[in-house]
Design a protein around this ligand. Structure first.
Ligand SMILES: [Zn+2]
Length: 675
């Protein structure tokens, strides 16, 4: 049997450990902590005092690398022990068609209780990593508009609070816990105390804060005595550029500033060690199972192509969004290869900063490594391409030109390393746009869109800025050209639909949402968008079906559940509506829309007195909600409380624009109640 390098080296390193300890009475607990966006060089006593103190008693890997410098694909590989070629998850936001078994699933089947506590929406359960977990705590606050941003985050102290509430619930079974701390990811906004301790460096302040949260978990392990029976792994999902090679953040390049991460593994009763050989996080899940004495499934540990090789593979396909070449990388004991439309080869022994490209001098090393990297990059998951024919038929029936997508890269697509400054400009303009300043972002984004016609993400972001500055027609034109140019990009169709709806073109909006759903059937935002169009056309049944699809795709989205409740209510399905509103309130107890919906259902059932509390709850969530004031007034009036009713109607007149529906209703009701 082939054993992964990581497991092999770890076990070798452990040979010197104490040999004569009694076998544990039950399988050991396994605790995995991933800290997002954590550079390898931050594992030092100043930046991470808690993890450093822990590492002194553990096995520390000084040469560990992530497989993808992006959160979702990296975690997918960490938890499944499989490369992206197998999982199909190469970039963020992907819902895998047939998710691979994770370490949680294996341990769950072996009798473990399993819990995950994640700090960012990009790891929401809908992206396939929740399978095998009894508890998957992904309570990350959503955008009130219901269109979730992948970057939405929950602070590490709240994540650890949730984990520390779950960990002690010992029921005689060992636990597997995964804790994900997103804090060091941009934007860097550490609590002031940590910013001060990091001497004003915001990224380092976030790292210190994350380290403090890890410290709380490690303290619990010690005080509870569980440290004697728990295998602990602490790592990062990728690093951060911080200006190295011109890269500010991560994902676009494949240099070691974003690929190398800390890795520390502690197994009870093993002596501390340091491993300097290159290792990959793809081998982490299998290694942890090995250490726990549990059989590793065949889907885990990628089989080295050349037996005995010590190849560490990495990749990023993110540059394709900008029309640039994807990158694959390979690291062995001495060399690192990066392949795009160009070949880069670095001698890591003598040039760890990857600044002297030796590909032209060391051609045989480069070509041998190229062949090995290409083998590891090859898709092994047939599901990825099998449906494209059906999709093209469906798109054609909706009236879109559906040429086959140009899979992969054009030979002359630029090396992203040469374009990184354009990318930095883009990220700066994008952050203006997402912080609500579309007018200031528009000129820069327009310039980028004109200079890079091959960059889908530049076109769509420019269009979004046009829409946000009120130029909806212009936005629509850009989106129409974009879907003609990239007919397989579901996101572009959805964005087109949102712009079409804003431009008062519901037919076009519905057609575009259907196209998005043809490409990605689990695309919840598109299903929700389709439901909104159907609802505005008065098609309550069709709307309810679309919203049902949206909540299947994104089951914890309170806005989608509320929309479903409204559509079912309009369709006359009162019990179904109540169920949907109650589910919405479970996921977002402050949802004003859902509470208002519950109240309306009670009024319709002639239970106005009971409805009052629901409308009050809606107004506690949003006091400017004119409809809820109107409904509260009606509920008071029907319960015989005329003074209170009049007061609510007057609030509506102050809040709602004159001539609007609630304003007109309040006007006539007020006249009526004052009579
Ligand atoms: Zn990440």
């Amino acid at each position: 049997m082939k054993r992964s390098l990581l497991a092999a080296t770890l076990l070798l390193a452990a040979c010197g450990g104490s040999a004569d300890h009694a076998p544990p009475p039950r399988p050991p607990n396994v605790l995995l902590i991933t800290i997002d966006t954590l550079r390898a060089d931050r594992l030092n006593a100043e930046s991470m005092p808690n993890v450093m103190a822990f590492a002194a008693k553990a096995t520390r890997f000084t040469n560990a690398r992530a497989v993808v410098p992006l959160t979702e694909p990296s975690h997918t590989t960490i938890l499944t022990g499989a490369l992206p070629a197998r999982t199909g998850v190469h970039v963020n936001g992907v819902v895998p068609a047939s998710p691979e078994k994770t370490i949680a699933g294996v341990l769950h089947d072996s009798g473990y209780r399993t819990g995950a506590f994640v700090g960012a929406y990009v790891l929401d359960r809908r992206f396939g990593l929740s399978i095998g977990f009894d508890t998957y705590d992904d309570r990350v606050t959503r955008d009130p508009s219901g269109s979730p941003r992948l970057e939405a985050e929950r602070r590490g102290d709240h994540v650890v609070d949730a984990a520390l509430a779950w960990l002690p619930q010992d029921n005689g079974r060992p636990f597997f816990a995964w804790i994900h701390l997103y804090d060091p990811h941009a934007p860097y906004e550490p609590p002031p105390e940590y910013l001060g301790r990091a001497r004003g460096r915001p990224y380092d302040g976030e790292v210190l804060f994350a380290d403090a949260q890890v410290g709380r978990v490690l303290d619990w392990l010690t005080t509870s005595g569980q440290d004697r029976r728990t295998i602990v792994a602490i790592t990062g999902d990728h690093g951060e550029g911080l200006g190295d090679h011109g890269e500010e953040t991560h994902g676009m390049l494949a240099y070691d500033s974003t690929l190398r991460v800390p890795l520390v593994i502690r197994t009870p009763n093993r002596d501390p060690a340091t491993i300097e050989a290159p290792v990959s996080l793809v081998d982490l899940a299998g290694t942890l199972l090995d250490l726990a004495g549990i059989a590793v499934p065949s889907s885990m540990h990628h089989t080295p192509v050349l037996s005995g090789s010590r190849d560490v593979y990495a990749e990023t396909q993110y540059p394709r969004a900008a029309g640039w070449h994807a990158l694959t990388a390979l690291v062995d004991q001495r060399w690192k290869l990066i392949v795009s439309s160009e070949t880069e080869l670095y001698d890591l022994q003598n040039d760890p900063g990857e600044s002297h490209n030796l590909a032209g001098d060391r051609t045989s090393i480069a070509s041998s490594m190229r062949a090995r990297a290409a083998e590891l990059a090859k898709a092994t998951n047939a599901a990825e391409s099998k449906t494209s024919q059906e999709i093209r038929e469906r798109l054609r029936s909706l009236g879109y030109v559906a040429s086959p997508a140009a899979a992969g890269d054009a030979d002359d697509a630029p090396n992203p390393a040469d374009q990184i400054y354009a990318w930095n400009t883009f990220e700066r303009e994008l952050s203006k746009l997402t912080s609500g300043d579309a007018a200031r972002a528009l000129p820069g984004l327009g310039k980028l869109a004109r200079s890079s016609p091959d960059a889908a993400v530049f076109q769509s972001t420019y269009a979004r800025a046009l829409k946000d500055t009120g130029r909806v027609r212009d936005a629509l034109d850009v989106y129409r050209r974009a879907v003609a140019r990239w007919p397989q990009d579901a996101t572009l169709y959805h964005d087109l639909a949102v712009a079409a709806a804003a431009a008062g073109r519901p037919q076009e909006a519905a057609r575009a949402e259907q196209a998005a759903l043809a490409i990605d059937p689990s695309y919840a935002s598109a299903a929700n968008g389709l439901g909104l169009v159907e609802a505005s056309n008065g098609h309550a049944d069709e709307a309810a079906r679309a919203f049902e699809r949206a909540v299947r795709g994104d089951p914890t989205n309170a806005v989608y559940w509320t929309n479903l409740g409204n559509a079912r209510r309009d369709a006359g399905n009162s019990p179904g509506a109540e169920e949907a509103y109650r589910t919405a309130l479970e996921h977002d107890p402050r949802s004003a829309d859902a509470a208002n919906g519950m109240g309306v259902l009670l009024v319709q059932r002639n239970r106005s007195a009971d409805a009052i509390a629901w409308f009050e709850r809606a107004l506690a969530g949003d006091d400017m909600f004119a409809d809820a004031h109107l409904n509260l007034g009606i509920a008071y009036q029907e319960s015989g409380q005329r003074e209170k009713a009049a007061e609510q109607y007057r609030r509506v007149l102050a809040l709602a624009p004159p001539g609007s529906k609630p304003w007109s209703a309040a006007t006539s009701l007020l006249a009526n109640v004052s009579r």
